[in-house]
Structures are given as structure tokens and as C-alpha cells.
Unconditional design. Structure first.
Length: 574
């Protein structure tokens, strides 16, 4: 038996025997799916090699598992809130029914025992896999999770005032500390603050701003990247609100002249907690306090949920599977760099790898990863942490941000000596990142031989699926001026959509999606770097190799009806 025959077993072998794929194609698909760390069924459908029904039907017959049509059921009739949404998205599974202590779940690969075991461990019942079609599963899973999120929101919204006093809020990361309590005199302030935190979680806000002014006080939420005023408490309550938030986050309430940092943990249930990163800033009329909401589930969505286009996702996954090199993620504050890095770390987080991160601050705690908080006051800097990592037998290192030449040089040394390094830089585009390293003083040879991939990104608001409408009044010359003529999609097939607004969204938008440009440092690009090429020359060469700018990626999202033209212009402007 030759090597190719030995490689064929299970689903690939069945696809060949049913004449749906030839042997070479089956082996290549299996290899590519394995490298991308996704199920073969998903890979075949996403690459349009076979239809979702063909793959599901063959899978069901091969493994003797029932095939179920997800279009035949109402998603709201499925068992609700029984499995964490993050786990369902990670494993591409959906609960179908729960009878006699047996949970049926819809999956595309019934042989993946990790899925079965993880869900069985969480729900405490036996689990039976049912084969479903990949395209229908994606749609049904989005609807299922959205329905569950609304249930969580409504349950939080029904809390009585008396219940708002006793929400489990812990301002310390130290196990065993008691939840924060308050005096009876502070009860109205406690309820008001707790309600604001819960409202922010329900609305999917990323930040909460408490802002004092001379004659007024306001509270704003940042939702989908946009700030919105949600409350105007009496101005004389400003100091009491600040004191309450500082007590909750274990800050010094007597210190009002200097900025402070703290953290709050709000436990919503036995299995779900939300962290808030808190910062105070002395202003003319009191302390402005901003809370950054850190939901651990955002780092476990899986790469499919982030918005990468197929070739961009493939490039990221391919580089993550390399044993050494450097991946840099760049973009302004709030562009989703942390989620992109944490998603990559989650993919790499296996028992066989030693992962260490140097962060300032640690935004989300990840089980199985050694996370180190920087502390400049005692000399624990990124460069010091990196030196220690290199003596700790690392496989993967993540540096929160490359801020200086010393950190850059140690990171590059690690990438050149058999380690995979992930980090961020603050630049506007992927090509500019390379020249930024050169301007910091890193030798061109080191940049060219260590940097493997650069991802520049922004976040754009998604159009609400429930109310978006086609925009039919846009002249063709406007589409050409905006850049749609440069896309692979024929101009006559471009149908843009516009925001409308409904009860399920905020002014026609719901959620956000990543806009990316992904630059692979090919041999030609590396040669140009060593020859002293600038960012414009690097960008032109990369475009010849298939590189798309942020603007082109955003236009693609607009042409697919995911974002509006207005949002495209807001986040990307040439």
C-alpha cells in the first residue's frame, strides 16, 4: 500500500469511493483542513469544492449518524442556555433536543470527540451527535446565540431594586476576597451603579464613561464604537459615584489628584463573569472614570467570527502553524487587535506548547497561558519579561506592544531562534509597520528575516440583518469613484445596503466586524526591505502578489451587504 492510500480513511476515503473527489484532491483537502485547524466538512464547503448537503449526506452515511435538516425546526424550540455560546461557536455545534437526560447536538463532524466531551462535561448529560449541513448550521447558530443573548438581557432587565444591592461584585483578582458591600446610606448609589453596569453588558457596550462637568454630570456607553449618553445624574452625586467605583475597584478613595487603575469582576452566574478595567483621571470638576468591559467570551469566538476573508484567514492560520517567526497586529486603539491576538493564542493553546504573554494590562485571563502583568515601577518591563521568557523554554511568546528598540530587538531575536512571537504596533497600515521597525533602528536584515505576517485592522459596524435595505439610488459613477471597480466582483453585481433601524438594533447597526489587510512577507518583499524600500514601494509590490488594502477589504464587505457605504467611508479613507 502506498503513502497516498494510507492517508485515505474515514470521510476522505468515502468521498473518493463515491466519486465526489479524486484521490489527490481528497488528500490535499485533508491536509489543508488540518493546517487550518478546521473540520474537513467546513473546508470543503468554504472552498466550494462540494455543496454542504453533499458533504453532510456522505458524512452521515459513512459514520451511521442521522442527517437533520435545520430548516425544519424553530430555533427558539431548541434547549436554551444549556451550553455556553463561546463553546458552541468554538466547536460549531447547536443543541437540538434534550430528552431523558440525553442532549442531541447538531455538528458537521460527528467523530470529533473533543466537541462531545467538552459539551458533556459542561451539561452533565450524555451527548448524541447529529449531522447537519454546514451552511445551515452557521445561520442557525447565529440565530440561536442571538436569541440566548436576548434572554440574558431580559433576565438582567427584570432585576428588582432590592436585587441590585446584592449582585456579586468583586474588586480583587485575589481568590477568597469577599464581594464588595456598602452601607445603607449608599444603597441608592450602589443600585444606580450596578444597574449601569448591567445595562452596559445588555447593550453590548465596550466602555462606560462617568464624566463630571461644572453644571452637569453625564454617563455614556460606547456601543459598536460610538458613544451615546445614557444617564444624567445630579451633579452633586459625582463625588459619591466616583467613590463607589473606586471602592469597587480597590483604589485609594482619598487620592483624587493622580490617575489610578483598578479592576472589577461582576459575576452574572456560576459560569459567567465579566471583568471591568477601571481608570480614573482628575479633571477640572472632579474625577472622570472610564470602565473598559472585558468579556472573556470575545476572545473565544473563533477566527470564523472575526470577519477575515478566506485568503486572509488562511494566511493567518498558516503563519500560526509555523514554528518560528513574528506576527504583528497593528491599528489604532479600539480596533480589535487584542481579540485578534487572543484568538491566535487560543488556537495555539494546546498541552504540547508553552505559551507566555507580557501584557500591560492583562485584558482577559486565558486558562493554560502564562500571562505576566507589566509593572514599570519595579522594573518589570516588556524587555525584562522577554528576557525571562527566553529562559523558560517557550514555544510561543506574545508581547502586548513593541514600544522601543530594546523590546523590538529581543522580540526579533526570539523569532529568529525558534520561537513564534506575536505582538502589536501602532501604525496605520501593514506596509508602514515594516518601515516603522526600520525607523526604530532595527536592521533591515533582521526585519526581513524575522517578520512573517502583518495584520492591520479596523472595526466597522455591521448592518442589522433584520432591517437593512438595498440602496438602489447610487449611480454607477459614484460606485467607480468609491473604488468598487477595482474589486473582483463585477460592478453590475454590486448591491449595497443601507441602515434603517428597528427594535433589535441601534440605528440600523448591530455588532461589529473586522476589516483587515494581511501582508505576508514573501521573498520578494523581504528583498525589497533589505534594499531600503519605503512603505509605498512595499505596498505596490505586495499588491502584485494579491495584497488588499483596508479600503479594498471594506469595499468587499460593503458589496456583500455586511456594512454600509457610509460605514466604509467612516473607517477607511484613502
Amino acid at each position: 500500500m502506498n503513502a497516498s492510500n494510507r492517508a485515505l480513511h474515514g470521510l476522505p476515503k468515502r468521498l473518493v469511493s463515491d466519486a465526489l473527489l479524486d484521490e489527490a484532491a481528497a488528500i490535499e483537502a485533508s491536509k489543508s483542513a488540518s493546517q487550518a485547524n478546521i473540520p474537513l466538512a467546513q473546508y470543503l464547503v468554504e472552498q466550494q469544492t462540494l455543496s454542504a448537503y453533499q458533504v453532510a449526506s456522505v458524512t452521515a452515511h459513512e459514520f451511521g449518524v442521522p442527517l437533520f435538516d435545520l430548516n425544519s425546526i424553530d430555533i427558539t424550540s431548541c434547549p436554551q442556555k444549556i451550553v455556553d455560546a463561546a463553546l458552541l461557536q468554538k466547536h460549531l455545534a447547536i443543541p437540538l433536543s434534550l430528552k431523558n437526560n440525553r442532549l442531541q447536538i447538531g455538528v458537521i463532524d460527528p467523530t470529533n470527540h473533543h466537541v462531545i466531551n467538552d459539551i458533556r462535561f459542561q451539561v452533565g448529560t450524555s451527548v448524541e451527535p447529529i449531522v447537519v449541513e454546514y451552511d445551515k448550521l452557521k445561520i442557525a447558530l447565529d440565530a440561536y446565540i442571538e436569541n440566548n443573548e436576548e434572554d440574558i438581557g431580559s433576565s438582567l432587565g427584570t432585576l428588582e431594586d432590592s436585587q441590585l444591592d446584592s449582585i456579586d461584585i468583586d474588586g480583587s483578582d485575589t481568590p477568597g476576597d469577599q464581594a464588595i458591600t456598602a452601607d445603607e446610606d449608599d444603597a441608592p448609589i450602589v443600585r444606580f451603579v450596578n444597574k449601569l453596569l448591567l445595562d452596559a453588558i445588555k447593550k453590548g457596550a465596550s466602555d462606560i464613561h462617568f464624566e463630571p462637568y461644572e453644571m452637569s454630570y453625564r454617563v455614556r456607553f460606547r456601543t459598536d464604537g460610538m458613544l451615546e449618553e445614557v444617564a444624567k445624574p445630579p451633579v452633586n452625586l459625582g463625588s459619591r459615584l466616583a467613590a463607589r467605583l473606586k471602592v469597587m475597584s480597590r483604589m485609594d478613595i482619598s487620592e483624587r489628584r493622580m490617575p489610578q487603575d483598578g479592576r472589577i469582576k461582576m459575576r452574572l452566574s456560576e459560569r459567567r463573569a465579566i471583568d471591568f478595567r477601571v481608570n480614573t483621571l482628575p479633571t477640572q470638576y472632579g474625577e472622570k472614570i472610564v470602565l473598559r468591559i472585558l468579556d472573556p467570551t470575545s476572545a473565544q469566538l473563533g477566527i470564523e467570527a472575526l470577519g477575515y476573508e478566506d485568503d486572509q484567514k488562511e494566511a493567518y492560520l498558516k503563519t500560526l502553524n509555523q514554528p518560528q517567526g513574528m506576527i504583528l497586529v497593528t491599528g489604532p486603539t479600539g480596533s480589535g487587535k487584542t481579540v485578534s491576538l487572543y484568538t491566535g493564542l487560543n488556537i495555539l493553546n494546546t498541552p504540547e506548547r508553552n505559551l507566555s504573554t507580557a501584557e500591560d494590562p492583562i485584558e482577559i485571563n486565558l486558562e493554560g497561558i502564562n500571562q505576566v502583568q507589566m509593572n514599570a515601577r519595579i522594573g518589570l518591563t516588556f524587555s525584562e519579561a522577554l528576557r525571562a521568557f527566553l529562559r523558560q523554554d517557550p514555544d510561543v511568546i506574545m508581547v502586548g506592544e513593541i514600544r522601543d528598540l530594546e523590546t523590538a530587538e529581543i522580540s526579533i531575536k526570539a523569532a529568529q531562534t525558534g520561537h513564534l512571537v506575536l505582538s502589536t504596533l501602532h501604525t496605520n497600515s501593514a506596509p508602514e509597520t515594516l518601515t516603522r521597525l526600520l525607523n526604530m533602528g532595527v536592521p533591515a536584515f533582521n526585519v526581513a528575516t524575522s517578520v512573517s505576517l502583518i495584520i492591520a485592522q479596523r472595526l466597522a459596524r455591521r448592518l442589522c440583518k433584520s432591517c437593512k435595505e438595498p440602496a438602489t439610488d447610487i449611480p454607477e459613477n459614484i460606485l467607480i469613484d468609491e473604488g468598487f471597480g477595482s474589486l473582483a466582483i463585477p460592478l453590475e453585481e454590486v448591491t449595497l445596503h443601507q441602515a434603517v433601524g428597528c427594535k433589535k438594533c441601534a440605528k440600523g447597526y448591530k455588532g461589529r466586524v473586522g476589516i483587515y489587510e494581511v501582508l505576508e512577507v514573501s521573498p520578494a518583499v523581504a528583498k525589497l526591505i533589505m534594499e531600503g524600500g519605503n512603505s509605498l514601494e512595499i505596498a505596490e509590490l505586495a499588491k502584485k502578489e494579491g495584497f488588499r488594502t483596508l479600503r479594498q477589504s471594506a469595499l468587499n464587505k460593503a458589496a456583500e451587504g455586511i456594512i454600509s457605504l457610509e460605514e466604509t467611508n467612516r473607517v477607511t479613507r484613502d
